[in-house]
Design a protein around this ligand. Structure first.
Ligand SMILES: [Zn+2]
Length: 359
């Protein structure tokens, strides 16, 4: 690879470090004006550069007293949090930050990378960073988006649930794993129940029954918009039935992508005005829509324009029996993360390969 160093420190990272150091030097002049910062945390194995990057970053964060939005890009295997103490030391000062987004850096050699095992996740620098942010400033946070693949451990989950009383947006991709199942079955009120408006869950290994039940019980409050993409796990118990019924006002929009028929059954206790559905078992959805109890209060069903004419007619009839309309205007660009995570690209799972689900 041209420009690559023996330890993987390539020219892109070199430029990234140079930019950070330049900004760090200009911070006394411009720092007061900065509201939005994106930082890159380098893994300790990247020579001494990781420490240089941390020093530049902490200098930037110390010098931006109006900072509101912080985006952190991290390496997947960065487990030595003690190495990053200059960076972690700045956290108590970040009292103006209201929005935090964590993203994972692309793998440096391009190939597939293995998942970090659950027991190692609590050692990861980003989870240390998040835990400290929630301890010091959980009350200030309006938006948290965890968009990497790093899982969160039980204590971080409890912090997220209990220490974020002003949270409005929570987006989580793959961070909620099977190991948290028992916590996700507890009918415990989230601290953000009075403020949370938007919940996005992407590829989390959470059983549909747990999600549906939590939303129905209102443990996350009266959220307006919920988007679920391909959640669940291959070990899920398919005969699990939900006993909860919907308590609060309906959602404004419920976005559902890539779920099997039995999962959609479980999710159908969720009341919503607009239901946006892709990659479900179409015949199953048609049958379900004949039932007045499925997706209570739904007024509009939005789907892709890929449905066959007969299927579409059948869906329209089923929806009309409930007084709901079907529109085929869904556009993949509406899903803010669809390009980034290839949510709607070719999926190698059995249901997609066999054509059981399709857009
Ligand atoms: Zn698939």
């Amino acid at each position: 690879m041209p420009g690559a160093f023996a330890d993987g420190f390539d020219s892109d990272l070199e430029r990234c470090l140079t930019r950070s150091q330049k900004l760090s030097h200009q911070i006394p002049t411009v720092g007061r004006l900065i509201r939005d910062v994106s930082i890159r945390i380098l893994e300790p194995q990247l020579w001494h550069r990781a420490l240089e990057m941390d020093m530049a970053t902490s200098n930037i964060l110390f010098g931006t007293p109006q900072l509101q939005a912080l985006t952190i890009t991290y390496g997947k295997y960065d487990f030595d949090a003690s190495f990053h103490s200059p960076l972690l030391d700045v956290i108590p000062r970040l009292s103006t930050v209201t929005s935090i987004t964590c993203r994972e850096a692309d793998p440096r050699n391009g190939g597939p990378v293995s998942d970090v095992i659950f027991d190692d996740c609590s050692k990861h620098v980003v989870n240390h960073f998040l835990a400290a942010m929630l301890t010091h400033h959980g009350r200030n946070l309006r938006s948290i988006r965890l968009l990497g693949t790093l899982k969160i451990d039980r204590s971080l989950f409890v912090q997220l649930r209990d220490n974020t009383p002003n949270l409005q947006t929570l987006g989580i991709r793959r961070s909620l794993s099977l190991e948290l199942s028992s916590l996700l079955r507890e009918p415990k009120l989230w601290s953000c129940a009075a403020t949370l408006q938007t919940l996005i869950m992407i590829q989390c290994s959470i059983h549909s029954e747990y999600i549906a039940t939590q939303l129905a019980l209102g443990t996350l409050g009266s959220i307006r918009n919920c988007s679920l993409f391909a959640c669940g796990d291959s070990t899920d118990n398919q005969s699990l039935q939900t006993t909860a019924t919907w308590k609060g006002p309906p959602l404004d929009t419920f976005r559902v992508d890539h779920f099997l028929g039995w999962e959609v059954n479980l999710l159908s206790i969720i009341a919503t005005r607009v239901l946006i559905v892709t990659r479900v078992e179409r015949r199953h959805l048609i049958d379900l829509m004949w039932k007045p109890s499925a997706f209570p209060q739904v007024a509009q069903l939005r789907i892709s324009n890929k449905w066959r004419v007969e299927e579409l007619d059948d869906l329209r009839r089923a929806a009309a029996s409930r007084g709901a309309e079907v529109v085929t205007d869904w556009d993949r660009h509406e899903d803010p993360s669809s390009g980034e995570f290839m949510l709607l690209e070719y999926c190698p799972c059995f249901a997609c390969r066999q054509g059981i689900v399709g857009l």
